[in-house]
Ligand binder design. Structure first.
Ligand code: KIV
Ligand code: ZN
Length: 530
C-alpha cells in the first residue's frame, strides 16, 4: 500500500485488452443532472437538461447520470428523453435499493443505446443504525436482491456503497463482493459526506480490490464531495487506489459543498500527465461552454477565482506576472486558455451581419441549433445589434443561452417601461405574454427593481420570496449586456432564473419571470404526481 501518488499505479492489471493504454483510461461519469441538480435552487427545466446532456455527450463524457427517475415525473421524463437523444454516452438512472425505484430507472433508460442502472444503499454503521435501522446482514441481503433485479433489466449495473468512507473496511469488502457476485459491473465507493483524506480514500480502494472476490472483473469508481475542499484531490487519489471511473459535476455543482468539479479533474489529468499517468476522452475545449451552460441553467454563478472556468482563471493582474507573461506565457501559465475553450474577446458582428454569418459564428462558438432555434436566436441577435454597437462573442453566447424566452407554455416578458430617478416612487409598466394572451400591469415600488417585480407579481401572483438578486456584466463597457440571476423560495422549494439584456431592468424582469415559471412548472409536476 502506498501513499506516494507518483508511485505504483494500481489498476493497470485490469486492462480488458491487456494494453497499458486501456488500463490507464479513466471514465468520466458526469452527475450534474442528478447530484448537481440536488443542490437547493439548482433545478433545471427539461430543455435545459437536454441541452446540457447534449453538450456533455459531445465533449466525450463517458457516462451521463441523467436523473433519479422515481423522484418525479419530470425526472423520469428527463432521463428518458436524454436516453433517446444520446449518441455515445452511457445513460444512467439512479435508484435506491427499492424494487419500484429499480423498475422505474430501468424503464427510463430503456431507449438508451447504452443504458445503465445505478443503485445504491448505505453501508456505514452510523447510517444502518440511525437511518435505516437494519443489520449488516439485512443490508447484504438487500444488495443481493436489488443488484440481481437491476441486472435482470440491463447489462450495465453500477452499485454504490453510500457513506463508504465511514464504513468498516472488512464489511465494505463483503458488500462489494456481494454486489459483484450478483452482477454489478461498476462499484462506486462514495465519500458521501466529504470526510476522507486522499490517503484514506486511496487505501479504501486498495483494500476492497484486494479483499473482494471478483474485483478484477469490474470497474471501481470514485464519487467525492467537497465539504473539506478535498473532492478533486480525493478523486485523483482514488485512481492510485485502482479506480478507473470518476464521478463529478460541471462547476462542482452538487449536494452541500458540491462534488468534484469535472473541469478540475480533467485538466489535472491533462496538465500533470507526468504525475498522473492516466487519460480520459474529454475534449477540453468544450469545458468553458459546458460551465457557462450549467451556470446559466442552474442559476449558480461561477466564482471569479474558480479553478479552470472562473472569469479570473487566466487573468494576470500583478505587474511581475504580466511582465513574465509578455516575455514567455509559460512563466505563469500552466494551462493555455484556448485548451479549455476560452476565446479572446473578439468584436464580431453588428446590425448588418446576415443570417449566414450568424450561423457561422454560432458554429465557431460550438452551438448547433436546429432551424427554429436558429431563427429565434437570429431574431434576438438583430434586436440586440440594433441596441448595442459592438456585439461580442460573449453577447451571442448570452443570448443563445438565455433560456428565459424559450418555453412555449410559459409566461414571457414582451415589453417594459420603467420610470425611475430621484422623484420616486418608481413605476413599472409591464406587458407579458401569458399562454398566448397579452397582459399589461402597472406597479410601483421602492426602487425600479422592486417596481418591476411587483408588476410581475400582479400578472403572475405567487407567494415566493426573493432570496438572491445578482447582476453581472457580460462584457466590458457601459453598453454591456446585463446578466441577472434571481432565486425565489416558496414552501421550502427554491428556484433560480436568469435573464440577459442590455437593459438591466429588462434582464431583471426576464430572470424573475424565469424563476416564477420554474416554480409553476414544479407545482404542476407535483400536482400530477399526487
Ligand atoms: O454521495 C453519494 O453517496 C451519492 C450516491 C447516491 C452515489 O450521491
Ligand atoms: Zn453524491
Amino acid at each position: 500500500m502506498s501513499n506516494d501518488y507518483t508511485g505504483t499505479v494500481a489498476g493497470n492489471e485490469n486492462a480488458q485488452d491487456g494494453t497499458k493504454a486501456a488500463a490507464d483510461r479513466v471514465m468520466i461519469f458526469d452527475t450534474t443532472l442528478r447530484d448537481g441538480e440536488q443542490s437547493p435552487g439548482a433545478s433545471m427545466t427539461l430543455s435545459e437538461k437536454c441541452q446540457i446532456a447534449e453538450t456533455l455527450d459531445a465533449i466525450g463524457v463517458d457516462v451521463i447520470e441523467a436523473g433519479f427517475p422515481i423522484a418525479s415525473d419530470g425526472d423520469f421524463e428527463a432521463v428518458s428523453e436524454i436516453a433517446k437523444g444520446a449518441d455515445n454516452a452511457i445513460i444512467a438512472g439512479l435508484a435506491r435499493a427499492i424494487p419500484a425505484d429499480i423498475d422505474r430507472a430501468g424503464e427510463a433508460v430503456r431507449h438508451a443505446r447504452r443504458p445503465r442502472i445505478h443503485t445504491f444503499v448505505s453501508t456505514s454503521e452510523i447510517h444502518l443504525r440511525h437511518q435505516m435501522k437494519k443489520s449488516q446482514e439485512d443490508v447484504l441481503e438487500i444488495i443481493a436482491k436489488t443488484v440481481t433485479q437491476a441486472r435482470g433489466l440491463v447489462e450495465d449495473v453500477e452499485w454504490s456503497a453510500m457513506d463508504a468512507t465511514r464504513t468498516d473496511l472488512g464489511y465494505l469488502a463483503r458488500c462489494v463482493e456481494t454486489a459483484i457476485r450478483c452482477g454489478a459491473t461498476t462499484i462506486n465507493l462514495p465519500d458521501t459526506v466529504g470526510y476522507a483524506t486522499p490517503a484514506e480514500y486511496q487505501r479504501m480502494f486498495e483494500y476492497c480490490r484486494a479483499h473482494a472476490e471478483g474485483a478484477d472483473a469490474v470497474t471501481f469508481s470514485t464519487h467525492t464531495h467537497d465539504d473539506l475542499g478535498l473532492a478533486t484531490a480525493n478523486a485523483l487519489a482514488g485512481l492510485f487506489g485502482g479506480a478507473r471511473q470518476i464521478e463529478c459535476t460541471i462547476n462542482g455543482l452538487g449536494e452541500r459543498a458540491g462534488n468534484a468539479p469535472l473541469e478540475e479533474v480533467v485538466m489535472a489529468l491533462k496538465t500533470r500527465v507526468d504525475a498522473l499517468p492516466f487519460s480520459c476522452g474529454i475534449d477540453t475545449t468544450g469545458l468553458t461552454r459546458a460551465s457557462k451552460l450549467v451556470s446559466m441553467a442552474s442559476g449558480f454563478s461561477v466564482q471569479y477565482n474558480k479553478a479552470v472556468v472562473g472569469k479570473n482563471a487566466f487573468a494576470h493582474e500583478s505587474g511581475i506576472h504580466q511582465d513574465g507573461m509578455l516575455k514567455h506565457a509559460e512563466t505563469y501559465e500552466i494551462m493555455r486558455p484556448e485548451d479549455v475553450g476560452v476565446t479572446k474577446t473578439s468584436l464580431v458582428m453588428g446590425k448588418h451581419s446576415g443570417r449566414h454569418a450568424f450561423r457561422q459564428k454560432l458554429e465557431e462558438l460550438g452551438f448547433d441549433l436546429g432551424d427554429n432555434a436558429l431563427q429565434d436566436a437570429f431574431r434576438r441577435f438583430k434586436a440586440l445589434a440594433d441596441r448595442k454597437k459592438h456585439v461580442y462573442d460573449e453577447d451571442i453566447e448570452a443570448l443563445v443561452e438565455d433560456f428565459s424566452e424559450e418555453a412555449a407554455d410559459s409566461a414571457r416578458v414582451m415589453s417594459l417601461t420603467v420610470l425611475a430617478g430621484t422623484g420616486g416612487p418608481q413605476k413599472a409598466i409591464l406587458v407579458m405574454d401569458v399562454a398566448g394572451r397579452h397582459v399589461t400591469e402597472e406597479a410601483t415600488g421602492s426602487g425600479p427593481v422592486d417596481a418591476v417585480f411587483n408588476a410581475v407579481k400582479k400578472i403572475l401572483p405567487h407567494e415566493a420570496t426573493l432570496s438572491l438578486y445578482q447582476v453581472h456584466a457580460v462584457t466590458e463597457g457601459t453598453d454591456a449586456q446585463a446578466e441577472v440571476s434571481v432565486r425565489l423560495e416558496q414552501n421550502g422549494r427554491i428556484e433560480s432564473g436568469r435573464g440577459a439584456d442590455v437593459d438591466t431592468l429588462v434582464a431583471s424582469a426576464k430572470a424573475y419571470v424565469a424563476a416564477v415559471n420554474k416554480l409553476a412548472a414544479r407545482r404542476r409536476q407535483h400536482a400530477q404526481a399526487v
